[in-house]
Write a protein that binds this ligand. Structure first.
Ligand SMILES: Cc1cc2nc3c(=O)[nH]c(=O)nc-3n(C[C@H](O)[C@H](O)[C@H](O)COP(=O)(O)O)c2cc1C
Length: 163
């Protein structure tokens, strides 16, 4: 029978998540990207993660065609960046500092971590498509993460060192 959308949002919105921007290049080499919290660590050996992409996302065609994408983990204070990449119909990269990763996916400057992945598999997931990526290049830096909880951005207090 299932639950209604409001219950789904209330329950899944209670699962505090790190905020990321998933980036990719389309067939013309133009950068595309969208804010995503449906990102999950999947496997250590091989190193895999997954990203769930909404079928309404304008970035989906680029994700479907690409051989690589990047997950950029945002830091506390990057709420505007998150909002920018959660919007539509603008050149999201116009005022954003980024550089190409080794697989060509855009890596955003000043993030808390990034993982550049080669696309390994795609699976249907309701109104989303699940992309499994093998992490080929990655780095983590000092700082506080940007979190999303019940419709609001926040962060955590501890500031552990990066390994
Ligand atoms: C906090 C937050 C988390 C989001 N997580 C996802 C997600 O995991 N997957 C997704 O497809 N869209 C997610 N979205 C929605 C997209 O960021 C949004 O629809 C965006 O406009 C898509 O851009 P595009 O159409 O240019 O690809 C999220 C939005 C916000 C604000």
């Amino acid at each position: 029978m299932g639950i209604d959308k409001n219950t789904f949002r209330a329950v899944m919105g209670s699962f505090a998540a790190g905020v990321t921007v998933v980036t990719v290049r389309d067939a013309h080499g133009h950068p595309k990207g969208f804010t995503a919290t449906a990102v999950c660590s999947l496997s250590l050996e091989p190193p895999l993660l997954l990203v769930c992409v909404d079928h309404r996302s304008d970035s989906l065609p680029a994700m479907q065609e690409a051989t690589a994408f990047a997950v950029n983990m945002l830091k506390h204070g990057q709420e505007e960046l998150a909002a920018r990449f959660a919007s539509k119909g603008i050149d999201k990269f116009a005022v954003v500092d980024y550089s190409p990763g080794q697989l060509g996916a855009p890596i955003l400057a000043d993030v808390i971590a990034y993982a550049e992945c080669s696309v390994k598999a795609k699976f249907p997931g309701g109104d989303h498509t699940i992309f499994v990526g093998e992490i080929e290049h990655a780095a983590a830096f000092e700082g506080q993460p940007l979190l999303y909880f019940r419709g609001q951005y926040g962060t955590v207090l501890p500031n552990p060192k990066v390994d």
